[in-house]
Design a protein around this ligand. Structure first.
Ligand SMILES: Cc1cc2nc3c(=O)[nH]c(=O)nc-3n(C[C@H](O)[C@H](O)[C@H](O)COP(=O)(O)OP(=O)(O)OC[C@H]3O[C@@H](n4cnc5c(N)ncnc54)[C@H](O)[C@@H]3O)c2cc1C
Length: 288
């Protein structure tokens, strides 16, 4: 199906893009177009105007800034996956990007577009919440930094306010003695996550000193497995301890998402298995 008619703007600066968003009622930002354009073709989205941010300089790329990785909003999944900075300082994020969709999706889709879209089956949200990343947005009232944990608020819903545009994502680097892993069960057609788990852990003197375990694909937004904390911290992360931490996933989501491909029960089962694998891989990495 063809989308409804829309106006098209290609601003050169964020200020100009933000002003266009405010001025044109019903306008939407266009980044890689890999979620927005299909929605428009199905007429699930009928924006009156598209503000294409692809021509704005300084919105794309990956840089090391102190102990933080700066990733511009229009950086594609392929660029994140191939970035030497990401590979060295947060390999888990590069591995997450490399698992998104197929080559075409990775070459067009952007990190800003993915998180703004907030699809419950998307990969970045789960990984970014586990990593403790920060989303940077610019709008009519200036710049705002939003912790990833607070950014995803519901199904396809974020904490972005009217007129705000994501400009970058800030990701903390992995310190010595820490490790991270992202595991997903991809849908065989789209590669979206049917269920996923991201684990970030720290080891000090052979015992787990910190853990951040988040599951995705099972509910409207990423869910932190808070009980993994008490199951793991202060303990030697052997197979039995990892098993008991991953088992906490089962009690976490009382009403998991279900569709024709996977029941809620199956999703939770997958998430528990993936949590166990992600934790084991993260601890292996933390050992160095
Ligand atoms: C066949 C297929 C398979 C896919 N498989 C996967 C997968 O396995 N895993 C996965 O995670 N994703 C998958 N995707 C989604 C893909 O990653 C998209 O690229 C992504 O969701 C949207 O990014 P985009 O840059 O294309 O954004 P767009 O489609 O351009 O925009 C998406 C939404 O975000 C808004 N937006 C975009 N950029 C910004 C910004 N900087 N600030 C504020 N709002 C903004 C737009 O207004 C729109 O509402 C798949 C997509 C397709 C078509």
């Amino acid at each position: 199906m063809y989308p409804e008619n829309f106006a098209y703007f290609r601003p050169k600066t964020i200020a100009e893009a933000s002003a266009l968003l405010r001025k044109n009622k019903g306008a939407r930002v266009l980044a890689g177009g890999h979620s927005l354009l299909p929605a428009m073709k199905f007429r699930l989205a009928t924006p009156k105007a598209l503000i294409d941010i692809g021509g704005i300089k300084g919105l794309c790329g990956v840089q090391m800034r102190g102990k933080t990785i700066w990733i511009g909003a229009t950086t594609t999944h392929a660029e994140v996956a191939a970035s030497p900075v990401v590979r060295k300082s947060c390999p888990m994020l590069g591995e997450t990007a490399a698992q998104i969709g197929d080559l075409q999706v990775r070459n067009r889709g952007t990190i800003g577009g993915s998180i703004a879209h907030a699809d419950p089956a998307a990969d970045y949200p789960t990984a970014l919440v586990a990593l403790g990343a920060t989303v940077v947005a610019r709008g009519p009232k200036g710049e705002r930094k939003i912790p990833a944990e607070e950014f995803f608020v519901d199904l396809f819903t974020t904490a972005l306010k009217a007129g705000e545009i994501i400009t970058s994502v800030l990701v903390p680097t992995m310190a010595k003695g820490s490790g991270a892993s992202y595991m997903k069960h991809p849908h065989p057609a789209s590669r979206y996550a049917v269920a996923a788990a991201a684990a970030v852990v720290g080891i000090t003197n052979g015992v787990c000193s910190r853990v951040s375990l988040v599951i995705g694909g099972v509910s409207a937004m990423p869910v932190r497995v808070l009980r993994a904390q008490s199951a793991l911290v202060g303990k030697k992360p052997d197979a039995a301890v990892i098993d008991s931490a991953a088992a906490q996933v089962a009690a976490l989501v009382p009403d998991p998402m279900a569709d024709t491909y996977a029941s809620g029960e199956f999703r939770i089962h997958l998430a528990s298995v993936l949590a166990k694998r992600a934790l084991a891989a993260a601890f292996e990495r933390a050992k160095g």
